[in-house]
Design a protein around this ligand. Sequence first.
Ligand code: NAD
Length: 398
Amino acid sequence: MAPRNRIGVGLIAVGWMGRLHSRAYLAAPIHYPELNTQIDLVRAADPDETGRAHAHEVLGFAATDADYRAVLDDPRVDVVSICAPNFLHQEIALAAIAAQKPFWIEKPMGRGARESEQIARGAEQADLVTAVGFNYRHAPAVAYARHLVRSGAIGTVTNVRVSMLADYSADPAGALTWRFLRQRAGSGVLGDLLSHGADLAQYVVGRIASVSGMTETFIRERPMPLRGATSHFSRGDAEGPLGVVENEDYAAALVRFDSGVLGVLESSRVAVGPRAEYGFEVYGTGGSLRWNFQRLNELQLADDKSGYRTIMAGPEFGDFARFQPGAGTSMGFDDLKTIEAALFLRSVVERRQLAPSAGDGWAAAEIVDAIERSAESGAWERVPVVTARTTFDAPATD
Ligand SMILES: NC(=O)c1ccc[n+]([C@@H]2O[C@H](COP(=O)([O-])OP(=O)(O)OC[C@H]3O[C@@H](n4cnc5c(N)ncnc54)[C@H](O)[C@@H]3O)[C@@H](O)[C@H]2O)c1
């Protein structure tokens, strides 16, 4: 057997996403044996001791540090995952670029379009492949929806609805973590959820050209976090003072695509009822389809005049067959990240951009920024075309 490609992995931040990236690196060569890759978890960094202990004792990283620079300085690290809070993304990504390490970075890639542009341009100038955590793209039912839309199976697309509704911040007792502070997070639900929705819309239908947006903060004050609390789901100090929420809980926008297709994007982090209802609907002259993350293994399709029917994802949809042999056996969120890890590793091994790119991260950030500008100005705002490599419009890969 040919020698396997050894890929040394460095991880920056061992929170929810950092742990998930690590599991995905380990799973990818099992589901994609042709990668012929041996994953070596070399070094993980997190200022929090619990995170470092998890990285070493549970995930199996050989070494840990409090300072992320130790990861970038380690010559055995070939690729890096950047899973820190948003305010650190730009600094860490630029340091990874300077260290010539391909990186897989979580969304939102930067705090807004300018930081995202700098990251995308820097990676491209250094000729590095990248990956951005637009995981919903990888659901096999989404891949199939894209195929149906782009092959004309639902006729000419007329309009699109993207709805990203969550309840993760619906409890006013939820802590005022970094996610609610401008300097630390940038925008609120726009960067956190609507960036996923913007990417999904562009991936399935095409580029969004202009927007008319509005934003609102419904829960304006929250209790301060207890020590160590950072997660979406942390409760605050019920006895202590309240602090001000600095970014939006809700955003919505009318959009026009380059193709003339019309659309509506909507996102909330404080919706009571939907848990993680992240989905889209595409309407065409010959049919319609809709998908929702809470039922990620299903696609609803109306391709005649008898209304929607539900199709279960199966081996003919996207990468489904890498995970299960037959329709009806469900895939989960971790599997979407495994598909993303495999795309990233393949991009690194083959030195060509296959995973959602830093250019895609920048493109989504331009939509988010345009919605913010529009909410401020009350006018329609143009979404600038990004000049870095994007993948959302790429034909399906082999
Ligand atoms: N793709 C997705 O669906 C998805 C889902 C959740 C979060 N995210 C994104 O992932 C990123 C992280 O979110 P999370 O939910 O994992 O957060 P988290 O709060 O669970 O973890 C953040 C981690 O970063 C660590 N950290 C803080 N400062 C650091 C530093 N200087 N160096 C290294 N580590 C540091 C913290 O100690 C913590 O362990 C965010 O950008 C978020 O938007 C993406």
